[in-house]
Design a protein around this ligand. Sequence first.
Ligand SMILES: O=C(O)c1ccccc1NCC(=O)[C@H](O)[C@H](O)COP(=O)(O)O
Length: 221
Amino acid sequence: MESRFRTRVKVCCISSPNEAALAIRLGADALGLVGRMPSGPGVVLDDLAAQIVQQTPPPIATFMLTSETNVTDIIAHQQRVGANTVQIVDAVAPETYAQLHAALPAIKLVQVIHVIDERNLEEALQAVENGADTLLLDSGNPNLSVKELGGTGRVHNWEISRKIVEQSPVPVFLAGGLNIENVRRAIDQVQPFGLDICSGVRSNGQLDATKLEAFMNVVCG
Ligand SMILES: O=C(O)c1ccccc1NCC(=O)[C@H](O)[C@H](O)COP(=O)(O)O
């Protein structure tokens, strides 16, 4: 039987209610709201993120990106914003997921893995073992003195990402430098559950309807 599976799309770096409405109209399955970060262009203030969350209808998911690594701070961030999904963009202690699930039972946890080398395969599987509900493979570098935790516009090593997809028992999103030119290759090569895009569908920092529509056409085509 022919598969009816469609690769899901999370449109990240949403910076206004208008961008949220545009992304939803063009077929986004999830919106990404970037909290305070050590670097990167996509940050939005918590009050505005909370307003966007309130205006987002089901079944669209709201992913709140947090650079916090301490459980108390992650919970406080989620409570300020109200998103239904917390995306943890930095490494956290193994017990973090269980503690967050206990404190926020309705909230799903996405762990970002910044793909640099083969060691990230073990890191990804360990995060799932520890309680991550979903993985998101990105191209940051948490080892720099000023950490890069996303929004780099760079592609990483998709061979490693493919191995993580093959071995992960939970859904995996692919992020990092995706655009209209490379997205078909990314889907074919990595076969992720979903895609996450920020800079590739923006012009002068704004969400670009023409680029996003073209991107969605490739994904759905
Ligand atoms: O955009 C940022 O400033 C940012 C900073 C730190 C963590 C995440 C950030 N953006 C959100 C994302 O997760 C991006 O969608 C993801 O990194 C892909 O970005 P891009 O390579 O620009 O498509």
